[in-house]
Design a binder for this molecule. Sequence first.
Ligand code: FMN
Ligand code: COI
Length: 387
Amino acid sequence: MSQLSDFQNEIYLGGLADVRPDLPTDLTRLAALAERRLSAASYGYLAGAAGSEATARANRDAFDRWRIVPRMLRDVAERDLSVTVLGTPMPAPVVLAPIGVQSILHPDAELATARAAASTGLTSILSTAASSTMEDVAEAGGSGPRWYQLYWPKDRDLAASFLGRAEAAGYTALVVTLDTFTLAWRPRDLDQAYLPFLRGIGVANYFSDPVFQRAVGGPVTEENRQAALLHWIGQFGNPSLTWDDLAFLREHWDGPIALKGIQHPDDARRALDAGMDGVIVSNHGGRQVDGAIASLDALPLVADAVGGRMSVLFDSGIRTGADVVKALALGAEAVLLGRPYAYGLALGGEAGVRHVLRCIQAELELTLALSGHRTISELTLDALVRA
Ligand SMILES: Cc1cc2nc3c(=O)[nH]c(=O)nc-3n(C[C@H](O)[C@H](O)[C@H](O)COP(=O)(O)O)c2cc1C
Ligand SMILES: CC(C)CC(=O)C(=O)O
């Protein structure tokens, strides 16, 4: 556990880490603590991955195959971690990944996450499958920067309604997740017979939507709840989508759009051709295709194919400041942090999420400076060697 007093915090970290004394500063230790706090089913849902979880492990192992080569005497007294990605200025290139159904982790759920993100100035991406409506989460986040993640439903009117609501609620960029039109074979959840949605968690944005309500014959009440859940199951994912459908997004969303779940350089090129503004190199934290390539291994190829012409973001496996440095050096403009902040939420609500964000930001700044860099744009492949 962190024993840092305020004074030590100032000395060690320039006051960057608003760390909680009851949580570890090594974020790789959060999972084990969260396991003790959560029910077996909730923990399994959060920590678990697809199949044998080989891809989840590969995501982590890939970081070990790259090593940072520190450079000396480069005047790193003034550091600036800020970047602007998809039109959003950020104090550091770390974004909160969309994580749905957060009420299985903490009663304050996405509202706590939005407040914690806003207090750090970091951008938070809200899932379509959030436990609260996008309007309530926007209100909790106040002036904090926010992006909206679309799970693209079959009903186009419902999709358009989601996009209109998100724009009205101040979400400035759209993230469209392509890799999860259905949940993968996830043995931990199958063995526990656990799916949050069947308990009515993660459906708030659907049940509150006028288009959804029209389809189920009116507002969702106890009487039509079962029918509404069945309708949700039919609507949630759309496996028939193709590249041609992206034009629909452009028609209904004025701001920047990034496609999440890209692993192949040709798919990144197609995203560029379709007029998208960015891609998120992600394998959903290993939760979808077991046996798939580690996301970090996909990153340099995608960045080579489209970097400079569109934004390239990265997720799946980020746990430390060094991981962030490696992903940025391999071509990402920013990274998304997934499970670590969700563990923080489970362990300490809003303060737990803030702890995680402060720790990774502080560790990133120290690692950047100690390896001889002042700014994010100075990080290139030159900073790394293959282990
Ligand atoms: C419990 C859980 C729920 C998630 N829900 C969503 C979601 O609603 N939408 C989405 O695009 N990605 C979702 N993801 C994937 C994350 O956005 C992100 O891609 C992944 O967690 C990154 O890997 P990491 O956890 O290793 O950092 C979820 C991940 C987890 C662990
Ligand atoms: C459908 C989402 C709420 C969940 C998800 O994306 C996930 O569990 O990986």
